[in-house]
Design a protein around this ligand. Structure first.
Ligand code: C2O
Length: 533
């Protein structure tokens, strides 16, 4: 197998966006960052040099990290961050997965600008669909006119959460409809009659998005780097962390067509808080059509709150099962229920300023507290005491309020884990909202999804034949999702809401997967493994 070596410098870059000149932190002076393209079976070696003033780690979103949990890049879960002016080399082999994934900084809101696509090509060179004429990566992002680390810090200080973004972006640009937005707009050139594979990534920080192209339809063939049965749609809905691979044939009259994205916002309150209602645009241009010709045709995006369209997309897809693919395990070793949501913080006596609106988030009323001296994985490996407790509850406790804890759920290597993810409205004023729940280290089968409260009677509706396989699932506001996975990888695996605003609030937990029968499934930490402080 090939081994790809990449050197990535994370540092400052000047950019002109929305009529302002800003300095942002990027990888190799690019936004989005460089696309990493590998073939299944490759070993990837990435030297990360941190030239920002922030400690950070780099996460390879959706990569299994089989027996390489040290390289997962989850800040304080699998490593201490890389200090400013320091470096760390991530080494991992990509086995048993192909399709579109991505990489991003996993510390504070830095991932708003520090991210890029990670494309895994099949070893056979063949897709389970007709080979497309070309491929078009589409990274959807979110832009603030301020330093994003300050946006996050201010949001936590005021307790009101980060300010809403100033724009959405397609491949780094808000597009020509945004103020001063024309110059960097992304444009894809297509040949009439040819079919293209769109590799769509939602790298936005806090927003699910609708995506459409005027005059063109899609056939979804994969999500989260797992093949799906072909699913025809004219609109894509995508939550932060997710990817969608879709075929699109340039079958319209030669011309220019807008591709556009805007928010999908779903909250179960009558007075929802403001959100970024901007639309990002890019252009699909047929070869031979002049770049500055007639204005492009505009697609009709669904209304922001269109839960019906979103639900149809999220719930209708099924997984493509080929000979040799993993099948749904029929017996379950751990069946747990995880309720999660936001609530008003009850003021601890030691808090000097008790914020009236301060909000905390939790899973089973444990508001995840990051350790600060040693990563959870190192604590597990070296047996460091008192870093975390193994008491994450298997069902939602009746506790009246969330409490801060570094609490993990311990499972044995090879165990099958089923989780009912129940989206809760703990507080009437805050209501419930969609939460994209992401699991590190594993793909999971999505057995069933619904609105309201999960009822054990729903077991009869589980799709055990060809469920979607994902690493991130958008659990509907006030709804539920059942996932199942085999814990075949020793380590500490983060499960958290991929709305970045909810991570420092504690909407997270960790699965501790103990070593398997062979003693060295998890090797010792790699050379140069960062230390805290
Ligand atoms: Cu894409 Cu823990 O994240």
């Amino acid at each position: 197998f090939a081994s790809r070596v990449l050197v990535n410098q994370v540092g400052g870059m000047g950019i002109s966006q929305l009529c302002m000149n800003s300095v942002i932190y990027t990888v190799n002076q690019q936004m989005p960052g460089p696309t990493i393209e590998v073939t299944e079976g490759d070993t990837l070696v990435v030297h990360v040099i941190n030239r920002t003033p922030y400690p950070l780690s780099m996460h390879w979103h959706g990569i299994f990290q089989l027996h390489s949990g040290w390289a997962d890049g989850a800040n304080m879960i699998t490593q201490c961050p890389i200090p400013p002016s320091d470096k760390f080399t991530y080494v991992f082999t990509i086995t048993g997965q192909e399709g579109t994934l991505w990489w991003h900084a996993h510390a504070s809101m830095l991932r708003a600008t520090i991210h890029g696509a990670l494309i895994i090509k099949p070893r056979s060179g063949r897709y389970p669909f007709p080979t497309p004429h070309g491929e078009i990566p589409i990274l959807l992002g979110e832009w603030w006119n301020r330093n994003v680390d300050d946006v996050e810090t201010d949001g936590l200080l005021t307790g009101l959460g980060p300010a809403i973004s100033d724009a959405f972006t397609i491949n780094g640009s808000p597009g020509d409809l945004a103020p001063c937005g024309g110059a960097g707009m992304f444009e894809a050139e297509v040949e009439p009659g040819k079919t293209y594979l769109l590799r769509i990534v939602n790298a936005a920080v806090n927003a699910e998005l609708f995506f459409k192209i005027a005059g063109h339809a899609f056939t979804v063939v994969a999500a989260d780097a797992s093949y799906t049965n072909p699913y025809d749609t004219d609109v894509v809905v995508i939550a932060p962390g997710q990817t969608v691979d879709a075929l699109m044939t340039a079958s319209a009259a030669p011309g220019r067509y807008y591709m556009a994205a805007h928010a999908f916002e779903s909250k179960t309150v009558s007075n929802p808080p403001p959100f970024d209602a901007a639309m990002a645009t890019a252009v699909l241009r047929y070869r031979g059509v002049p770049e500055n010709g007639a204005p492009a045709a505009m697609p009709a995006l669904p209304p922001y709150t269109d839960v019906v369209t979103a639900g149809r997309f999220y719930w209708s897809m099924t997984g493509l099962v080929r000979p040799g693919d993993p099948v749904v395990p029929k017996t379950v070793d751990h069946s747990i229920v995880v309720g999660f949501g936001l609530e008003q913080a009850s003021c601890a006596p030691e808090q000097s300023k008790c914020q009236q609106f301060a909000v905390v988030a939790s899973m089973n009323r444990r508001s995840f507290l990051f350790p600060d001296e040693v990563s959870l994985l190192e604590a597990l490996f070296r047996g460091v005491p008192d870093v975390y407790s193994e008491d994450f509850p298997g069902s939602p406790p009746l506790a009246p309020a969330a409490r801060k804890a570094t609490s993990v759920r311990k499972v044995n290597f090879g165990d099958v884990v089923e989780v009912v993810l129940q989206n809760e409205a703990y507080n009437a004023a805050l209501g419930a909202e969609n939460h994209p729940i992401h699991l590190h280290g594993f793909n999971f089968f999505v057995l069933a999804q619904g609105l309201g409260r999960f009822d054990p009677k729903m077991k009869s509706t589980y799709n055990l034949v060809n469920p979607q396989v994902r690493n991130t699932v958008a659990v509907a506001a006030g709804g539920w999702t059942v996932i199942r996975f085999t814990a075949n990888n020793p380590g500490m695996w983060f499960m958290h809401c991929h709305l970045d605003a909810h991570l420092p609030l504690g909407l997270a937990m960790v699965f501790e997967v103990l070593n398997g029968p062979a003693p060295n499934l998890l090797p010792p930490p790699p050379r140069g493994y960062p230390k805290c402080h």
